[in-house]
Every structure is written in C-alpha cells, then in structure tokens.
Design a binder for this molecule. Structure first.
Ligand code: AMP
Ligand code: ZN
Length: 461
C-alpha cells in the first residue's frame, strides 16, 4: 500500500519510501514543559499521533519508532521557577504529567520514546565539540555559537536565503556573535541557574542542539520523518538541519509541518481572551473525542479554526455515531475509503466524509456501522472497543431503549386488537424520530439512524 506525504523540503507530495523496508522512524519536536498545553499545541500532537497510527497500521506496531522529546531545560522554565519560588524539577515533572494526561484524553498514544533533554547533555556536548572541531562553531565568552554561513544549504527547508531571513527575523544581536545569524548551542549558567560542566565552563544547552543530539542518539544517522508545527520551520528546524548535517549526519528524509490553529478566526492570545488549554475545555465538559474530531476535521496543512459551532456539530455527530456503534457487535476493518484517504497525505477531512457515508448506509447486518466503529478506533477518536463507556453515550441509552421498546410493545398490542391506524402512527413517529425499524411477524429490531433525535420520541402517542 502506498502512503503519500507532503515533504516541506521538496515542496511536493511524495510516495513515502522508508529507509529500511517495512519500518518507519519519526522524530517530532515536543513541548517545553512549564505550563499546560493549549489547544494549538495539541494540534501538532493529534496530527502526528494520526500519522503514527497510520504508520503502525501499514508496517505493524513493532516496526514504527516514534520519538517525541520533552524540553525540560529552557529559560521559560527558569523564569517560571523564579516567579513561583518552586524547584525546576517540580515544575517540569508536574507539567510532563499534565501533558501526558491531557494528550491521553485526546486519544494520543504515547510515543515509543519520550526523551528528556536533561538526560542527553553529554550527547549534546559531544556534538558541539565535533562542530567546533570541523570549523562550524566557535566559542566566545562562555557561549558556543553555530556559524550559519559555514553551511551553504542553510535556509533550504524554508526556501529562503540567509539574507532574507535576517531581514525578516528578530535575530538576537550580541557582542559575542561573529554574525547576527549565528545561533547559540551552549551558554553559560550563573550559580542560580541549571548548569552542567563542559569544556566551555558551567553552562546549559541552547534549544536546537537538543533535537539534533537526541534524534541522532535514538534514531541514528538518518531517519524517515521529522515533524512539528510550521512555526518551527525557521529557525528551529533550519538550525537542527545545519547542526546535524555539519556534524556529518544525513538526518531526516521527509519534513512534515502542521499549520497553526486559530480561535473564532483570530490568533489565540491571552489578551484577546480566546486562549484555552486542553484542560480548560475538558473541565468545561467538552469530551476529548470531540476535541480530537474537530482537529481532524481540518487537513493538517490548512490553518484550522476552533469554533463553538464546530465543537457543537462534532458533539452531535459523535453522539449519533457512538449510539449507532454500541448496537453492533460485528468485527470489521476500518472503511477502505477511510484508510485510503489517510494514506493520501493524512487527508483526515476526506476520511471523516467517508465515515459520514458509512453512517448513512442502512445495512441491517450492521457491516457499515461496524466499519464506522473500526474507523473511529483507527482515527483514535475512540480507543477501546467499548463505546458504551464514553461520556457521549452514557446516561441516555437505557432511557431511549426503554422508550422505544415500550412504544413497540404498544404497537404490537394495538395490532393484536386490529387498531392498525394507531399502531402505524407509532411506527411513523419512530421513523420520524430517526429510528430505523425492521419488523418480522412478531419480532423486531432497530437502529438509531444518523438523523435520530431523542426529543421526538416524546411526541409519539
Ligand atoms: P509554544 O507553545 O509556542 O512553545 O509551541 C509549542 C508547540 O506548539 C510547537 O510545536 C508549535 O508548533 C505548536 N504551536 C504553538 N502555537 C500553535 C498554534 N496556535 N497552532 C498550532 N500549533 C501551535
Ligand atoms: Zn526540535
């Protein structure tokens, strides 16, 4: 089966050819751990989780390695510790726990490896030493800087020249830099800041070197896919590439970037009051499945807008689908159209429209519904086979089922006494409420169809 992925590096959709046949290895830039993840952060997690699920489906669970780091050394963490008077390790531990819980609520699987930067300082130091030895980096006032102009291909990923990038970026000018574009790989730490001994004195790493060093340590000289949000393309990913290539590694084959998330058409920001964490939404009673479904309804390379309307519609759709799914016991594979859509550069909106098609099909043997259920599981919208335990299903089924059964038993009694008109009124009322009924001589079965509306049951007399 062919998977096609859009490669930022070549600016085209390409057939994915793994480096080692039948396997895939992927690195995705993970969070800096000082605060709850917001829903923008969650988009990248959900997108690459979907890719991970697709790769596992194609190559088998044991043949996919997925590394996502935790940046647990960073000036934002140091600032949070200073503000709150808390220990850095308390903040990072707590935030990592929150992140895993919140992303778990969105159905994100844990990657195969979740390295913490602070456990890879030795590997970073060794890569920095190598870059100095090869003339790609220099030491100045306790800092080590990467010499951007020593790497001719700098800017290729984003398709821009170094000069354009200088013009457009807020590059930090510092007296110890030979060139304003040069970036920090190591910087000195005062006694009150986290630091490690190094050939350049006590200090801490810059952000970019982390990913280069951890990717090399865990995935080796070259690997298949590198992912992240498109705000990371420059400078973070350009810098990762420059460091890794100049240290003599092939690095990533395919570069994938998700677009940003907005809220009600505006950039999410605390000052606009439209900033939410995933936890805020969960605490408001928005199911994790709904958040994930909304995220997957937009293709990852398009900007996505989080809106109340989408959230309400997603909830309605999932309630309907889950109710249908709890009623079938047939095991099935995900719909072929669903899997095909995902193989085409993770076309999740197409996959979802295929699922609407499955939900619309009236099939009394329940095959389409079972395929819909398997598709929901494949998309990570529901992880277990047991839909009945979802908040989107509970507290409702028994009452609805009791009501339908009561109405049907009234209908059979009315037929017994030849009150056909009243009996048929019940049947047409059920159909108008979206209940799909199949009757035998003296038995029946039913499904809640896609247009099922529980409130209409009350009107049936
Ligand atoms: P930050 O919170 O800016 O440190 O970003 C951490 C991660 O979240 C990065 O991978 C970003 O690409 C991603 N990210 C931040 N803001 C958004 C957003 N509005 N939409 C999508 N991804 C985002
Ligand atoms: Zn990175």
């Amino acid at each position: 089966m062919t998977i096609k992925l859009y490669n930022t590096k070549t600016r085209s959709k390409e057939v994915f050819v793994p480096i080692a046949e039948g396997t895939a290895r992927m690195y995705v830039c993970g969070p800096t751990v000082y605060d709850r993840a917001h829903i923008g952060n969650a988009r990248a997690v959900v997108v690459f989780d979907m890719l991970y699920r697709l790769l596992r489906h194609e190559f088998g669970k044991d043949n996919v390695r997925y590394v996502r780091n935790f940046t647990d050394v960073d000036d934002k963490i140091n600032a949070r510790a200073a503000e709150t008077g808390r220990a850095i390790s308390d903040i990072t531990e707590e935030t990592i726990g929150w992140f895993l819980d919140d992303m778990g609520a969105l159905g994100a699987l844990e990657p195969t490896d979740a390295p913490r930067a602070t456990n890879y300082i030795a590997q970073m130091v060794s890569m920095i030493k190598e870059l100095i030895a090869k003339g790609h980096a220099y030491e100045a006032e306790g800092h080590v800087l990467f010499k951007v102009r020593s790497y001719a291909d700098y800017g290729k990923l984003s398709g821009r020249s170094v000069d354009d990038m200088i013009a457009g970026a807020r590059v930090e000018v510092a007296p110890y830099k030979e060139d304003p574009m040069d970036f920090v790989m190591w910087k000195p730490s005062s006694d009150d800041l986290p630091g490690w001994e190094s050939p350049w004195g006590r200090g801490r790493p810059g952000w970019h070197i982390e990913c280069s060093a951890m990717a090399f340590d865990l995935l080796g000289d070259r690997f298949d896919i590198h992912g992240g949000g498109n705000d990371l393309t420059f400078p973070h990913h350009e810098n990762e590439i420059a460091q890794s290539k100049c240290a003599g590694h092939d690095f990533a084959n395919v570069w994938m970037h998700n677009e940003m998330l907005q809220v009600e058409g505006k950039k999410m920001s605390k000052s606009l009051g439209n900033f939410f964490t995933v936890r805020d939404l969960l605490d408001q009673g928005v199911a994790g499945e709904v958040i994930r479904f909304v995220m997957l309804s937009t293709h990852y390379r398009k900007p996505m807008d989080w809106t109340q309307k989408k959230r309400d519609e997603a909830e309605k759709t999932l309630r309907k689908w889950f109710h249908m799914c709890v009623q079938v016991s047939t095991a099935e594979n995900p719909g072929e159209g669903v899997v095909e859509a995902l193989r085409d550069d993770l076309n999740t909106p197409k996959a979802i429209s295929e699922m609407h098609g499955l939900a619309r099909g009236i099939d009394w043997d329940g095959k389409d519904i079972a395929k819909l259920r398997a598709s929901l599981i494949f998309l990570g919208i529901y992880r277990e086979e047991d839909f009945a335990s979802s908040d989107l299903v509970s507290n409702r089924d028994e009452r609805v089922d009791a009501k339908i059964k009561d109405l049907m038993s009234q209908r059979f009694q009315l037929r017994e006494v030849k009150a056909y008109e009243s009996a048929d009124k019940i049947r047409s009322g059920l159909i108008a409420a979206g209940v799909e009924i199949r009757e035998e001589k003296d038995s029946y079965s039913y499904n809640l169809g896609p247009s099922f509306d529980a409130s209409k049951l009350k009107e049936i007399k």
